[in-house]
Write a protein that binds this ligand. Structure first.
Ligand code: PLP
Length: 457
C-alpha cells in the first residue's frame, strides 16, 4: 500500500487504534480496510468497493448488515429507556420475554436463561456455575475444566485458557493452571494410518478418560466444546463422537458445556449445533446469532440440577455474586426478540439447509476441478475448504507459502470476504442469503481459487 497522507483515516488508525486478532507490524505496513456500510449480504469500504461478506462479519450477522426490523426494534426499545438492569430483583419486561423464548426453543429441558453481553462472558459464566454446582453438592475440589485442541471460547482469561489455539496462550502465560486440553476430533487429519472412524472415536474417548483418571475425576468440574469448531478450522466431529465422549464424562460426574456462540440459531442447519452433532449439554452459551450481532448480547441456558444447586447456594439469604452491568439490557433484548421472530418467520432452519446444500454442492464441484482442495467440510451455512499441496496424500502446503493468507488477499481483491484459518478457508455467510447470493460467492470463490492455484509455486 502506498504511504497514506499523515492525517488520513488509514494513518490515524495505525497510530491510535489497537486491533483485535491482527499482527501489529503487518497492520502498520498495509493499514486498515475501512468498512463504511452494509446492505443485505454486502458491505462497502471507504473507497466505495463492494464485497460479499461471506463470513457474516465474525460469524455474526445472520440477518445481514441492514435489517430494517432490527433497527426499528432497537429504536423502539430506546424510546422506552436507554438502559435498565437485572440486579437486585429488577428487570426490564422484555428480558423476561426473551428468557422464556430461549428456554422454549433451547435444547435443555426446564432450563433457565442468564444474560451477559459477550460470548466470553457466557462461557466464563458456565465455568463459575459448574464450580457452584459441584461445591454445593459437597465436591468443592471439582474445579478443573477440559476443553479441546483447536477450540475457541473467547478472549477473557478463563475463556482464553479454554481455547485450544496457541496464539490465545503464547504471550499471555496461559492457560491458567487447571485448564486442560484434549484431542480435537478432526476426521480429516486426526485418524492414524489404517485407523477407521469408529476406532478414531474410541481412541478420542479413551484418551479423554486417561486424562481424567490421571488428573483425578474428583478434580474436574466440566468439559467444554463447540459442537462444530468454528475458529479452529470448521471441524465437524465424526458421527458417534459426542455420545462416546459424554459417556466418559457422565461416568466421572463431569458437566458438559456446549459453546453455541457460532453454531446456535440455525447456523448448522438445525436450530442448535448440539442437535446437529448429538451433544446433550448441561449448559449452553450463545451470542452472535441471538441478535444477529446488532447489539452485544449473550446468554447461558442452565439445566434444572444447576438451578437447584444455585438455589441451595443462596439458602440463608446470600445473593448470587455474579452479574454484568449490561446483563439483560433492554435494547439488546428487544433486538434479540425481533431477531428470533424473523428466524421463525423465514423458517431459518429449512432455509439454511437449502442454501447450505447449494453452497456445498457448488464448492464440491469447484474442488473437483481444482488441484489444491483437500477437503470441503461443514454443516448448514458454516463451511470450510482446506487447501493442500497434494489432495491425494493430504500433504499440507509449506507454511511459509501462506496459502490461506494468499487466498484471503486475492478474495478481497475480487470483492469476497472470507476467513483464513491457517490454510482452511471459512465461509459463514448471513443466513438470509438467497440463491443469487450463494452463486455470487461461488463465482468469486472459483475465480480466487484459480488465481491462487496459478500463483502458488
Ligand atoms: N465462543 C465461540 C465459539 C466463538 O467463536 C467466540 C467468538 O468468536 C466466542 C466464544 C467469544 O465471543 P466474544 O468475542 O463475544 O467474547
Amino acid at each position: 500500500m502506498p504511504t497514506p497522507p499523515p492525517n488520513s483515516a488509514e494513518a490515524r488508525d495505525v497510530l491510535f487504534h489497537l486491533h483485535s486478532q491482527t499482527n501489529a507490524q503487518a497492520h502498520a505496513e498495509r493499514g486498515p480496510l475501512i468498512m463504511e456500510r452494509g446492505e443485505g449480504i454486502h458491505v462497502f469500504d471507504s473507497h466505495g468497493r463492494k464485497y460479499v461478506e461471506a463470513m457474516a462479519g465474525l460469524w455474526c450477522t445472520s440477518l445481514g448488515f441492514s435489517h430494517a426490523r432490527l433497527k426499528r426494534a432497537a429504536a423502539e426499545a430506546y424510546d422506552r429507556f436507554g438502559f435498565y438492569h437485572t440486579f437486585n430483583h429488577k428487570t426490564p419486561a422484555a428480558t423476561i420475554d426473551l428468557a422464556e423464548r430461549l428456554v422454549a426453543m433451547g435444547p435443555i429441558p426446564e432450563a433457565q436463561a442468564y444474560f451477559a453481553t459477550s460470548g466470553s462472558e457466557a462461557t466464563e459464566t458456565m465455568v463459575k456455575l459448574a464450580w457452584v454446582y459441584h461445591a454445593v453438592r459437597g465436591k468443592p475440589t471439582k474445579r478443573k475444566v477440559i476443553s479441546r485442541d483447536r477450540g475457541f471460547h473467547g478472549s477473557t482469561i478463563v475463556a482464553a485458557s479454554m481455547c485450544g489455539l496457541p496464539r490465545m496462550h503464547r504471550e499471555f502465560g496461559l492457560p491458567l493452571p487447571g485448564f486442560l486440553h484434549t484431542l480435537c476430533p478432526d476426521p480429516y487429519r486426526g485418524p492414524q494410518p489404517g485407523e477407521d472412524i469408529s476406532a478414531f472415536v474410541a481412541r478420542l474417548a479413551d484418551s479423554l478418560e486417561a486424562m481424567i483418571l490421571e488428573e483425578g475425576a474428583d478434580t474436574i468440574a466440566a468439559f467444554i466444546a463447540e459442537p462444530i469448531n468454528a475458529g479452529g478450522g470448521i471441524i465437524v466431529p465424526p458421527a458417534g463422537y459426542f455420545p462416546a465422549i459424554e459417556a466418559v464424562l457422565r461416568r466421572h460426574d463431569i458437566l458438559v458445556l456446549g459453546d453455541e456462540v457460532v453454531c446456535g440459531f440455525g447456523r448448522t442447519g438445525e436450530m442448535w449445533g448440539a442437535t446437529t452433532t448429538g451433544m446433550t449439554p448441561d449448559m449452553i452459551a450463545m451470542a452472535k446469532g441471538i441478535s444477529s450481532s446488532y447489539f452485544p448480547i449473550s446468554a447461558v441456558l442452565l439445566s434444572k440440577p444447576i438451578q437447584d444447586a444455585l438455589a441451595r447456594m443462596n439458602e440463608g439469604g446470600e445473593i448470587f455474586g455474579h452479574g454484568f452491568t449490561n446483563s439483560g439490557h433492554p435494547v439488546g433484548v428487544a433486538v434479540a426478540l425481533e431477531t428470533l421472530a424473523v428466524y421463525r418467520e423465514m423458517d431459518v432452519v429449512a432455509h439454511t439447509q437449502r442454501m447450505g446444500a447449494r453452497l456445498r454442492a457448488g464448492l464440491d464441484a469447484i474442488a473437483a476441478r481444482s488441484g489444491i482442495v483437500g477437503q470441503v467440510r461443514g454443516a448448514g451455512l458454516m463451511i470450510g475448504v482446506e487447501l493442500v499441496a497434494d489432495p491425494a496424500t493430504k500433504t499440507a502446503f509449506d507454511p511459509a507459502l501462506k496459502a490461506g493468507a494468499r487466498f484471503d488477499a486475492a478474495a478481497l481483491a475480487n470483492g469476497l470476504v472470507i476467513r483464513p484459518m491457517g490454510d482452511t478457508i471459512g465461509l459463514c455467510p448471513p443466513l438470509i442469503i438467497d440463491e443469487a447470493g450463494i452463486d455470487e460467492i461461488l463465482s468469486l470463490f472459483d475465480r480466487t481459487l484459480a488465481e491462487v492455484e496459478r500463483d502458488l509455486p
